[in-house]
Ligand binder design. Structure first.
Ligand SMILES: [Zn+2]
Length: 364
């Protein structure tokens, strides 16, 4: 197993194209052609984590937060970012970051938090609406199955729990082949009508390239007639935050107390208890204040996240309880999520959970 294969696997699980524009998820240091000896999973990648990787004989660190975020202009070791990168490179350690791409998939960071809190019937809080396309292709009847299957294999037509979804309409295409053409049907210079099926499939952005490549390979025509329409539809399984239900309503204060235990946090900063009972819960690992209006719109009783500032707490405005559990605390289980994801799929290299507490904040 090469490091490049591991990066490709992570891209399959949480496509890097789903990361936010400000992010830097992906392979940060390391050579795609090196073999994977062992993977150390952590929330942050700092010098102590690189040290731990060396001790555990792991040449890959899979971290949630990218150690290089805003770019590097020099590598002199003058700060912790540069020192971490230098140490990783000197020791042939690859650093992979799966950050907002892992936040934005329905099997990612927030799913793990929901699992810890015990939420059911989960939905994405703010689904994204710019990642679906419709591909329409016109295929002679005899080749429809082959072309459709090729597109399905490349990931087209998968919607929620369904795969192989397509719409097919029979019609007629016309064309006239030029002097230098090599037409599959019809004659050069003569207007030809061919019975064709219009095949429509939905494709997610990260799969569009391979769907089009496979579609063209399976299509018999020299010049394939096809359209790609960007869709404004939301993708229900990709986006920020999550909302779900407790198995039964719980008295607000006892919910907050149990939350403290479940999320292993020393401190919860919260606004007024405006609902007696908590049943519908919105969550966002890390800094989630940008999702407050979505949480209110979804009628959540409480919004659990991190990194809230003083003035932002006023925005609860009697409509919801904001509970800031801490950035690290809300996302600490992401490393566990990485371990589970890798162990479910690989058995040829060691997979370790980091023991380093990378939280830079202490409570007095
Ligand atoms: Zn974070």
């Amino acid at each position: 197993m090469k490091i490049g294969d591991l990066v490709a696997f992570i891209n399959e699980s949480a496509p890097f194209q789903y990361q936010e524009s400000y992010d830097n998820s992906g392979l940060i240091t390391g050579n795609v052609n090196d073999e994977v000896n062992g993977v150390l999973c952590s929330l942050d990648c700092v010098e102590d984590v690189v040290e731990e990787a060396i001790e555990k004989d792991c040449n890959v660190i899979l971290a949630h937060h990218p150690i290089v975020f805003g770019g590097l202009k020099s590598l002199t070791g003058s700060n912790y970012v540069e020192r971490t990168v230098i140490k990783a490179i000197k020791n042939d350690i690859a650093i992979i970051a799966a950050h907002t791409n892992m936040d934005n998939v329905h099997t990612g960071v927030n799913k793990k938090i929901a699992e810890k809190i015990g939420l059911e019937n989960l939905e994405i809080l703010a689904p994204k609406n710019s990642i679906l396309s419709k591909v329409v292709v016109f295929v002679p009847h005899d080749n429809v199955n082959d072309v459709r299957e090729a597109m399905f294999r490349a990931g087209a037509g998968s919607i929620g729990e369904y795969d192989s979804c397509s719409y097919n309409l029979k019609g007629e295409g016309t064309f006239r082949a030029g002097e230098d053409a090599d037409p599959h049907v019809g004659e050069i210079g003569t207007l030809h009508s061919e019975p064709e099926t219009r095949v429509e499939v939905i494709v997610e952005k990260p799969r569009l390239g391979s769907v089009l490549t496979e579609m063209k390979k399976a299509h018999p025509y020299e010049e394939v007639a096809y359209d790609v329409y960007p869709l404004a539809n939301e993708h229900q399984e990709v986006g920020s935050g999550m909302v779900g239900y407790l198995t039964q309503p719980v008295e607000a204060m006892s919910f907050l107390k149990s939350l403290k235990e479940k999320l292993q946090t020393e401190l919860i900063r919260h606004t007024d208890i405006v609902s007696e009972k908590i049943e519908k819960v919105a969550i966002c690992g890390g800094a989630g204040s940008f999702l407050l209006t979505d949480a209110i719109k979804k009628k959540a009783d409480i919004f659990i996240t991190g990194d809230y500032k003083y003035h932002q707490f006023f925005d609860a405005d009697g409509k919801i309880i904001i509970a800031d559990v801490g950035h690290f605390e809300s996302e600490q289980f992401t490393a566990e999520l990485f371990v589970e994801l890798l162990r479910q799929n690989f058995s040829t290299f060691a997979i370790h959970l980091s023991k380093v507490n990378t939280n830079p904040i202490s409570y007095l």
